[in-house]
Design a protein around this ligand. Structure first.
Ligand SMILES: [Zn+2]
Length: 854
């Protein structure tokens, strides 16, 4: 479609001549409950100035039909003005009024105005999601972040509905079966941040107030929303509790009163991402409303997201990046603030930095070692680039580097910088230099070279200890070696660990230093007795991979689980996983560590990531000849730990879920069936609905769940979640017919909603079914360009990433991927990026398997 992929150059050109004064957007969604109605009426009136009268420009709009275009009272013919992606207007005056009337489409992909009908009660729900550029699916826009304006929304909806937008509503007028909601104008915001949530949502209201320094009182009405059928499970008090702690904390740290009036948090169905920071109207994936028991790691993750989105009200919404190159200016900060806030705001999630070190950083390390990695400040040529950059670099590496900046420049300088940044750039747009200038003022340090090393180059450094010891066993020198194409200044701590009287590994010495260049001596270490363990990057101040000296590695093999401190232990787990991924530790050795020590892992989030990694190690990184034995060992340990875990504990649930993921022999599968039938019991383990589906998935993948049984479970749980999991179970059956049906459901129809696309892909790709799915490698590569051209980018990304033959860890599949890449040099860069990353995963798995074979 012409002009769908807006380029940075076009956006710059448009911003150079236009200033937008206001948008008025009228939407009529009264047709939404009628499944036969595909579209809704959208009328947009934009007031804007043009610095070059007589010039031409365009609006972005993705709509099935444009009914009318009027510029300054002059009607334009939609047939010529609208090309399917843009509305072209010329002969601009110095001051312009432009009205576009269109029929826009209800979305099933989570992009634009998504429509969902609840199978539980037939109710229809709508919400919008736009980032980076889908407001144009709902109204005519100048779709770029730096053309901010106040928005005035009016929404006509079924009378029984609640309707929310960024601003509070001004009036509601009833007209028969419909009600019209007029909202207050917003403050100046970017198009991608506007929002509408509409439907018979369940609403929990609350209130936050705070005395400000100037003697006034800031009042913020709070609301938390979810679908009615989820209301029995909605723990809004917990969510609103974290919300209030966060509002206290960010007001103290940022010293800029929350600028968007009220604060709604809506948990919405079939959401593509975790959450979105629409000012005053945040949307979250509704899987954060827990229908069944989850571990505390899930509550922590949700609270982290609540604070992440709240931080965006300042970083991103009040001050916004000029273009997507500087997406990190909001995402890295919000990601950092999520963990920082969990600890600093006084929530009960005290282990947030352990989670960050162990899980969030794993995402960054993985992404940063792809051939497609990029600097934190990226080069984003167009919207397809932008869409792919919501990645482990922009979020997790960026947040890690901010954590390092706080260690390097100090927390006071960092937050004073934030305060000046908001004061100086409120309601404006910024670039890297705007932030650096301020941080240099507040820190008194030259941050240009720091930024060049950390923000403007790609890749992760590896730090390795180099230890020399004298005849008495005393350290004569401890040095830190830094590898990598780019060497960076790292503020790090180095910990020396030894056994205490109880046998626990505890820190006996800590040195803090700046590592610069290829080799840095740790001052103060000489003269100490050689410790059992040298831990670089102790306290996780910097962003790097760490290695160990031989003796320390031996200590980990025999005593990793004995490290007393949760963060230090999490760092050790992370390091041995990196060794495994880098083909420096055989997969079976990593699995042996998990088998030996996971049972004593206290941190529930770390335990759950060990489960996922151990399963991945067996499926992808182990010698195929050992895979069967590795799988049995995991399942045996899951069963053993499940039986010995404290009844009703999070650990018990985590091990039950791990058993569901690994069960293979008749003993394990028999227990799974028994738990489902109620003939087997584990004391304290409640086999609730979500766990039931996890167990059914095990049986389905093992070929031991019939279609009727699965349909029976779905009939008993005819909900959105039930439908997703039923779909996944059907696709997970080990038959050619099941795989063909899942493939076809995704590829041959554009009607399938995003949630079921994902469920089919997940079920299709059971690693153990690699013989069945091998047949799809060739069709996959043939389909790529068509999928990219025909599907929305969200769905195309899922198909390209999800159907890649990643379980086919062999040279032939690698060659197929290479052949496609070399044969399609001109394919869309974003498509090539996705394939390159999956190809790199495959090559990594081959190296790891070679290492495991020995
Ligand atoms: Zn974010």
């Amino acid at each position: 479609m012409p002009g769908k992929n807006l380029s940075r150059d076009e956006a710059q050109q448009r911003a150079s001549i236009l200033t937008v004064d206001s948008y008025q957007v009228r939407l009529d969604v009264t047709s939404a409950p009628d499944p036969a109605a595909a579209t809704f009426r959208s009328t947009t009136t934009i007031a804007f100035r043009c610095a070059e009268p007589g010039a031409a420009t365009f609006l972005d709009l993705l709509a099935p039909a444009v009914r009318a275009v009027t510029l300054n009272g002059r009607s334009l013919d939609p047939a010529t003005a609208y090309d399917g992606a843009r509305v072209h207007v010329d002969g601009l005056a110095a001051e312009n009024t432009l009205t576009v009337e269109a029929d826009c489409a209800y979305s099933r992909t989570g992009e634009g105005l998504h429509r969902f009908t609840d199978p539980a009660d037939g109710e229809t729900y709508l919400y919008t999601h736009y980032e980076p550029a889908d407001a144009r699916r709902v109204f005519a826009t100048f779709e770029q972040p730096d053309l901010k304006a106040p928005f005035d929304f009016t929404v006509t909806a079924p009378a029984a509905w609640d309707v929310r937008s960024n601003a509070p509503h001004r009036t509601v007028t009833e007209d028969g079966a419909a009600r019209t909601w007029e909202f207050e104008p917003t403050r100046p915001i970017s198009t991608y941040l506007t929002a509408v949530v509409a439907g018979p949502y369940h609403v929990v209201r609350d209130h936050y107030s705070r005395a400000l320094a100037d003697g006034t009182v800031l009042d913020i009405p709070l609301a938390a929303l979810c679908r009615r059928s989820l209301a029995p499970y909605f723990d809004a008090d917990e969510i609103l509790g974290v919300t209030k702690l966060g509002l206290d904390f960010f007001h103290e740290k940022f010293d800029y009163p929350y600028p968007f009036g009220k604060y709604d948090q809506a948990f919405v169905p079939e959401y593509n991402i975790g959450a979105m920071e629409n000012p005053g109207c945040v949307t979250f994936r509704e899987e954060f409303v827990f229908r069944s028991k989850v571990t505390d790691a899930a509550y922590e993750a949700r609270a982290n997201v609540v604070l992440h989105e709240m931080a965006h009200m300042w970083f991103g919404d009040l001050v916004t990046m000029r273009w997507w190159d500087d997406l990190w200016l909001k995402e890295s900060f919000a990601d950092f603030m999520g963990s920082y806030g969990l600890v600093g705001a006084g929530t009960r999630y005290r282990a947030a930095w352990v989670t960050f070190a162990n899980q969030r950083k794993a995402w960054a390390y993985r992404q940063d070692q792809f051939p497609t990695t990029h600097p934190i400040t990226a080069d984003i040529r167009d919207l397809e680039d932008a869409k792919l950059n919501f990645d482990g670099i922009t979020y997790a590496k960026g947040a890690s580097v901010l954590k390092q900046l706080v260690a390097y420049a100090g927390a006071d300088a960092f937050f004073e910088g934030a305060r000046r940044y908001f004061q100086r750039h409120a309601f404006g747009n910024t670039e890297l230099a705007d932030l650096l200038d301020i941080l240099e003022e507040t820190s008194g340090r030259d941050l240009k070279s720091w930024a060049a090393a950390w923000l403007q180059t790609a890749g992760v450094n590896t730090l390795t200890p180099q230890l020399t010891v004298d005849a008495e066993g005393r350290i004569t020198e401890l040095a830190v070696l830094q590898d990598g194409d780019v060497q960076r200044p790292h503020r790090i701590a180095v910990g020396l660990y030894d056994r205490d009287a109880d046998g626990a590994l505890v820190r006996t010495e800590r040195f803090e230093l700046d590592v610069t260049g290829a080799r840095t001596v740790v001052t103060g270490a000489a003269g100490h007795a050689r410790p059992a363990l040298v831990l670089l990057n102790d306290d996780d101040l910097t962003y790097c991979k760490i290695r160990f000296d031989e003796e320390s590695l031996e200590t980990l093999r025999t005593g990793l689980g004995d490290i007393k401190d949760d963060l230090a232990r999490a760092l050790a787990w992370s390091a041995v996983w990196n060794l495994t991924r880098d083909a420096l530790m055989p997969a079976r050795d990593y699995v042996a560590l998990v088998l030996r020590f996971a049972g004593q892992e206290a941190n529930i989030g770390v335990l759950q990531s060990l489960h996922a990694q151990a399963k991945g190690a067996v499926d992808l990184y182990a010698d195929p000849a050992w895979r069967g034995e590795g799988g049995r060992l995991l399942a045996d340990s899951a069963l053993r730990e499940l039986r010995s875990a404290a009844p009703g504990s999070d650990h018990q649930l985590a091990w039950a879920r791990f058993l569901a993921q690994t069960a293979n022999g008749s003993e394990h599968l028999g227990l799974v069936r028994g738990l489902l039938a109620g003939t087997a019991r584990i004391d304290g383990l409640e086999v609730d609905q979500e766990l039931r589906w996890a167990l059914w998935l095990t049986l389905a993948a093992a070929g031991q769940a019939g279609e009727e049984e699965l349909a029976g479970e779905f009939a008993a749980d005819n909900t959105a979640s039930g439908r997703r999991q039923y779909t996944q179970c059907l696709a997970a059956r080990p038959t050619p017919e099941a795989k063909a049906a899942a493939w076809s459901a995704v590829i041959d129809s554009e009607e399938l909603p995003n949630a079921l696309v994902e469920a089919n892909i997940a079920g299709f790709g059971v690693p153990a079914h690699r013989d069945l799915t091998a047949l799809y490698a060739a069709p996959y590569f043939k389909l790529l360009e068509r999928v990219w051209a025909e599907r929305t980018i969200e769905i195309a990304m899922r198909i390209v990433g999800g159907f890649f033959p990643q379980a086919q860890v062999d040279e032939a599949t690698l060659a197929e991927a290479d052949a496609w890449l070399s044969g399609h040099p001109d394919a869309a860069p974003a498509l090539r990026r996705l394939v390159l990353e999956r190809r790199d995963d495959l090559a990594r798995a081959l190296r790891a398997q070679a290492c495991d074979r020995g």
